[in-house]
Write a protein that binds this ligand. Structure first.
Ligand SMILES: Nc1ncnc2c1ncn2[C@@H]1O[C@H](COP(=O)(O)OP(=O)(O)OP(=O)(O)O)[C@@H](O)[C@H]1O
Ligand SMILES: [Mg+2]
Length: 254
């Protein structure tokens, strides 16, 4: 099956090569964990490594913000736009919804203009404000991601999770089920320092790595490192060393 590489080595490895073509991929995490960076890197690497044009659709930040943030990683988004390999558009969830319901809407046109194969939607959380009713919302988001697939695009949808540290978010909700893959970014505290962890919770139709990897944001973008060796409790935000956990679980005679 064709894989759509993010170009982020460790992540592609965890995904068994990359996302599946024409799927919707949810990247969720607390503020500042690196959701937008992963998305921009997916778009940038798509253009320069895979020769696939891309769209960035934003509901909150102005396009200027993306030019600036991308430039900090050495990615020249303005140049790519001039070369018709990239489009950054700001819209409202309402307009986007109406747009995708009509044949020949703006996104369809843009996508055809530059033959876009990838799209970053930053963020789905804004889109989710379209309805308070979970059943209606599910149907709205479902049509939205299907419209993106219909256009032949593989999407990364970012989503904010409120929890910073502590309890893992409950995944007892719709969005992870609607999405084809689900990547979670978390802050974890180890020896009084904050680290970032990444895990792939789901990848429909394919095997994926189940372990939790550390990652950092560098001036080249996201870099995924090794597993957290000898740590447990990462999901709870406060890993203890295995040895310590073992001692607690099996206390010796005192
Ligand atoms: N050039 C850079 N070098 C190193 N770190 C950077 C660089 N640019 C941004 N960062 C850091 O990367 C982190 C992730 O930023 P990013 O905007 O991707 O997060 P986010 O999850 O999208 O946040 P938000 O929820 O606010 O949208 C930030 O903490 C930021 O400080
Ligand atoms: Mg962001």
């Amino acid at each position: 099956m064709k894989r759509v590489k993010t170009g982020i080595l460790g992540l592609d490895q965890m995904l068994g090569g990359g996302f599946l073509s024409q799927t919707a991929n949810l990247v969720e995490g607390a503020p500042g964990t690196g959701k937008t960076t992963i998305g921009m890197q997916f778009i940038y690497n798509g253009i320069v490594q895979a020769k696939e044009s891309g769209i960035v659709l934003t509901f909150e930040e102005f396009p200027q913000q993306y030019y600036r943030d991308a430039a900090a990683f050495g990615w020249d988004f303005r140049k790519l736009e001039r070369e018709n390999k990239l489009r950054i558009i700001m819209s409202s969830p309402e307009v986007t919804k109406a747009d995708l319901e009509n044949i020949g809407g703006r996104i369809e046109k843009l996508s055809q203009d530059i033959d876009a194969k990838r799209i970053l939607v930053d963020s789905l959380s804004h889109f989710e404000r379209l309805s308070q009713d979970p059943v209606e919302l599910r149907s709205i988001v479902y049509s939205f991601i299907n419209a993106l697939k219909r256009e032949g695009m593989t999407s990364v949808l970012t989503r904010e999770s409120p929890a910073l540290l502590g309890e893992a978010e409950s995944i007892d909700e719709d969005m992870p089920f609607i999405a084809d893959s689900y990547v979670l970014l978390r802050y974890v505290e180890i020896e009084s320092a904050i680290h970032k962890a990444l895990l792939v919770l789901k990848l429909r139709g394919s095997n994926h790595a189940k372990d939790i990897r550390q990652f950092t944001v560098t001036n080249r973008g996201i870099e995924v490192q090794d597993k957290f060796v000898g740590r447990e409790g990462i999901m709870s935000g406060s890993p203890r060393s295995m040895a310590e956990a073992f001692r607690q679980a099996f206390p010796g005679p005192s």
